[in-house]
Design a binder for this molecule. Structure first.
Ligand SMILES: NC(=O)c1ccc[n+]([C@@H]2O[C@H](COP(=O)([O-])OP(=O)(O)OC[C@H]3O[C@@H](n4cnc5c(N)ncnc54)[C@H](O)[C@@H]3O)[C@@H](O)[C@H]2O)c1
Length: 310
């Protein structure tokens, strides 16, 4: 079995490649290293192609002979998509379209696409079910909605086995705290371990459904190995709601460091509350266990401590 992971040198992708290698001997990664790192996958026995999903030649080479493509490559940042919506549209919408076309040309049997809980946008319903209406509020969220709908339409029109997962907030080892739009857990973990204050956008009552990256990798690997498909998008999370203030307390417990917290204005486009209805996921993937926040944060802190030691 041959599997292409686009964006496989990134945070989620490198966890997925590790999990796939336990199940499938042949993994190809296509990544332009715009936010991913070679060091994330350096030690792994895979075929690495440094290139873009927007480059037809590189994409064709990467997709050749694949049974499944897990499409993770994207502009993954909401603020960056607001600053540069054209680039977001090109990478996330056109890029997904090109991946689907490559799959069609190479007779790849399955495409799994990384969508986002951001598609729910201004819909205040909680928990968020895949049948709820969507109202994306940012170019990033619109691009993810377009990508997932393209992916599912290719299943209808061309007989690909498709899955469109709406990832909720993913965290874990190798998540990058260094770029200006990094996610909250790596930024705060790094800040706590290096004695810096935690900056909170809003009053800390915003909630998120955090999913540990190895759980997500297990979900995606199970989807690949059993070649699961589904006609509608699927929430990827375990249905746990954590406020940012609760997260700070959990991080203090995991690091043993007490936080100096500074609250500031909420960010444009930030969703107030987020919690997944994960019944579809549980029905399709009953054997993938949830990893609790306490354990996931302990592993994350362990990795950051080791990285800081160099
Ligand atoms: N991390 C989360 O909480 C989260 C939540 C919802 C959805 N997602 C989605 O999951 C996917 C993976 O995100 P991540 O958090 O691992 O981010 P990441 O930035 O670590 O991974 C994305 C990878 O894609 C690569 N990439 C970007 N543009 C590319 C291109 N044109 N061609 C080839 N490679 C390219 C990057 O170099 C990087 O390695 C993305 O599609 C993201 O939108 C992530």
């Amino acid at each position: 079995m041959r599997v292409l992971v686009t964006g496989g040198a990134g945070f989620t992708g490198s966890a997925l490649v590790r999990k796939l290698l336990e199940a499938s001997p042949d993994v190809v990664v296509l990544d332009d290293l715009s936010t991913g790192h070679r060091r994330n996958i350096d030690d792994l026995p895979i075929t690495f192609i440094e290139g873009s999903i927007l480059n037809e030649r590189q994409l064709t080479e990467a997709a050749e002979g694949t049974d499944s493509i897990v499409h993770l490559a994207a502009m993954g940042s909401v603020p960056l998509s607001i600053d540069d919506p054209a680039a977001c549209n090109e990478i996330n919408v056109t890029g997904t379209f090109r991946v689907l076309e490559a799959a069609r040309a190479q007779h790849t049997r399955q495409v799994i696409m990384a969508s986002s809980s951001a598609v729910y946008g201004s819909n205040p319903a909680l928990p968020k079910s895949e049948r709820d209406w969507v109202r994306p509020m940012t170019p990033y969220a619109v691009s993810k909605l377009a990508g997932e709908q393209y992916t599912l339409a290719y299943q209808d029109c061309y007989g690909l086995d498709a899955l469109a997962f709406r990832f909720f907030n993913v965290y874990g080892p190798r998540q990058d705290q260094n770029h200006p739009y990094a996610a909250v857990i790596p930024v705060w973990t790094h800040a706590l371990l290096t004695g810096q204050p935690l900056l909170v956008n809003g009053d800390g009552s915003h909630t998120r459904d955090f999913i540990y990256v190895d759980s997500l990798a297990a979900l995606l690997t199970d989807a690949v190995t059993r070649r699961v498909s589904h006609p509608e998008p699927i929430n990827a999370a375990f249905g746990t709601e954590t406020s940012l203030n609760q997260l700070i307390a959990a991080l203090e417990a995991a690091t043993g460091v007490s936080a100096e917290v500074s609250y500031r204005e909420p960010r444009a486009g930030d969703v107030l509350k987020s919690l997944a209805d994960n019944r579809v996921q549980q029905t399709l993937f009953p054997d993938v266990p949830a990893v609790g926040l306490e354990h996931g944060l302990a592993e994350t802190v362990r990795w950051f401590r080791a990285a800081l030691r160099g």
